[in-house]
Structure formats: C-alpha cells, structure tokens
Design a protein around this ligand. Structure first.
Ligand code: SAM
Length: 320
C-alpha cells in the first residue's frame, strides 16, 4: 500500500512526462473518452455519410495543451473532411501540430467569432473545457469563479457547437452544482457528472459531459448568463422537471488504473527501471517566472537566476 500523496507530482504527472503529454490532465480526457466515446459519436449519420467521428473540436482553456494533444492524436479525419482543432487560452502555448491557437478570453464574443472564422462558419462537433481560475483556497469563492468560467464556456459553446454535439467541462462540485446542471439541461438532453480515475478523490473537481446539444427553440446565442432571459427572469421555468436537477454521477477510467492520491515507488515494476524524463514542452511564460523576477529584485528577466540556486533554464522556463 502506498501512502496518500498530496504531492502535485503524482504518478500521473510522471506518466504524462513518459508519454510525452504536456500535463497530467491528458489522462482525464482519455478516461472520459474511454467511458463516453466522445470522439466517435456522431448522431444522424446517413448511410452515405463519411465515417462517423468528431472532425471539428474546440479546446477552451487549453494551455499548456495536453487536451489539445489528445484531440490531435486521437481524432481521425478523411482527406475530404480533415480534423480541425482550435485551442483557446489566455496564455500563450507552444505550437502543436494540427492545432490552431487563439490567445484569447473565453468570456469574449470576439473569441467565439474567431473560432467560427477558423472553421469557415461550420459548427464544431465537440467543445471541451478544462478551464480553471487560479484557486484561492476559499472553497466558496473558487466554486463561484469556476461556475462563472463554466457558464462562459457554455455561452461560447452555444455560438459554435452543432446541434447534437457534445460539450465537456470541468466543474467544482458544491452546493450550487444542481443549479448548474439545470442550466446545462436547458441546452443538452443528456447531462452526466463524471469523475475520471486520474482526478484526485481529494479534489472537488469533476467533469460535466453534456450530449446532444438542443438549445431551447428560438435561443439566440449570447455571452450573457444563460440562466437569465432578456428581461432578467430566471429561465429555469422552461425545465419540465424540478429545477434542482440531480444528474447521474459516474466514475470513469479503469479502476485498476493508478490512484493519483497514492504515492508509488519510483520503480513501478521489476521490468520497468526508473528513468528520469524531463517535461516534453517547457512552459513558455509560467506565472512563477514573474515571482522569480520579483524575488531577484524586479529585474526585467530572470535569465540565469532563480530560487534555491535554480536558474530559469533549470526550471524549464522558455524565453525567460
Ligand atoms: N486542459 C489543459 C491541458 O490539458 O493542458 C489545462 C488547462 S489549465 C488547468 C486551466 C487554463 O484555463 C489555464 O491555462 C488558464 O490560462 C485558462 N483560463 C482561465 N480563465 C480563462 C479565460 N477566461 N479564457 C481563456 N482561458 C482561461
């Protein structure tokens, strides 16, 4: 038995480096895909249609890019209908083959318009969002900000997603989650809350998997809170069921898979001797670069200097 791990560099952090993923979050999307077949489902396929599957995908809050990596590695197109992936983040991201990047804010309508331009006006089949604010540790505040980010992602999704399409987004489970589920159910006929195996049990994080996009009749996409109609009245009355909706909660990912809350020995098996692997893509401008600069007296760059004797180069900061 391993000990419980609070170390951010858990087994999935290590597996991510070994697999060439930019972040451990890659496993969360892979496990969600495994459970929900997110990349294959394409409703309303006629016998003469090309093979079913997601062709146009949007990755909201994408940096450093492991979900975009998953999308570009796993999606299969055809010469007539190739795969297009658009990744959006406030932060710059190192380039990824087959992924178009937009450095922008998901709360802005201009970002939705830019996504539409990249798809030449065609709707997306899938929108994923692993967005998270910088957590404060104050649970109520973190939950609230996360909910606002999720609603912003939903708004942008209503601009770009095709009818019948799928939306996956991170949620912090809390006392207001049922309200969020109700809002999502206004737009999707099928909403499930899922906890991938690679997401720590100790974390309030989970993911909403919303399938079959079917906006209310006459709904005009907007960046305003979809909870409110134009007169500011709660639109939840449109739900036929009780407004505090309970959605299915499923654990996904093979339960024999590694447990992120445990600490494992460096050598995982006798056949697998431990070998250090550096991060596949060092961060371009991580928040800690500014902290390093401040710590060293506010110089314009932290080049060559760092905390506890480590230089920025050693810390893997690009362009510092
Ligand atoms: N899914 C990513 C991956 O696999 O590499 C990790 C995403 S990280 C947990 C959360 C990201 O949300 C951060 O890069 C942050 O910049 C982004 N973010 C937060 N608020 C945002 C906003 N309003 N617009 C765009 N991106 C935002």
């Amino acid at each position: 038995m391993g000990r419980s791990s609070k170390d951010k560099r858990d087994i999935y952090y290590r597996l991510a480096k070994e697999g060439g993923w930019r972040a451990r979050s890659a496993f969360k999307l892979l496990q969600l895909q495994q459970r929900f077949d997110l990349f294959c489902v394409s409703p309303n396929v006629s016998p003469n249609a090309p093979p079913p599957g997601v062709r146009r995908a949007v990755d909201l809050c994408a940096a450093p890019g492991s979900w975009s990596q998953v999308l570009s590695r796993e999606l299969r197109g055809t010469p007539e209908d190739p795969v297009q992936v658009v990744a959006v983040d406030l932060q710059a991201m190192a380039p990824l083959p087959g992924v178009v990047q937009i450095q922008g804010d998901i709360t802005k309508v201009s970002t939705a318009q830019e996504i539409q331009r990249h798809f030449s006006g065609r709707p997306a089949d899938l929108v994923v969002c692993d967005g998270a604010p910088d957590v404060t540790g104050l649970h109520d505040l973190d939950e609230y900000i996360q909910a606002q980010l999720l609603l912003a992602a939903l708004n942008i999704t209503t601009h770009v997603l095709k009818k019948g399409g799928t939306f996956v987004a991170k949620i912090f489970r809390g006392k207001d989650s049922p309200l969020l589920y109700s809002q999502l159910r206004l737009f999707f006929t099928d909403v499930t809350c899922a906890k991938p195996r690679s997401s720590r049990n100790s974390s309030i994080e989970a993911f909403v998997v919303c399938r079959n996009y079917s906006p209310p009749q006459g709904y005009v996409p907007t960046m305003d809170n979809p909870l409110l109609d134009p007169d500011g009245v709660l639109a939840l009355s449109e739900l036929s069921g009780p407004s505090r909706l309970i959605v299915p909660f499923v654990a996904c990912g093979d339960l024999s898979a590694y447990d992120p809350d445990r600490t494992y020995p460096l050598q995982l098996s006798p056949e697998q001797p431990y070998r250090y692997v550096p991060p596949p893509t060092p961060p371009i401008a991580p928040p800690y670069a500014a902290a390093l600069r401040r710590q060293r007296g506010g110089g314009p760059s932290c080049k060559g200097v760092g905390v506890q004797g480590a230089s920025c180069e050693q810390l893997g900061v690009q362009g510092a």
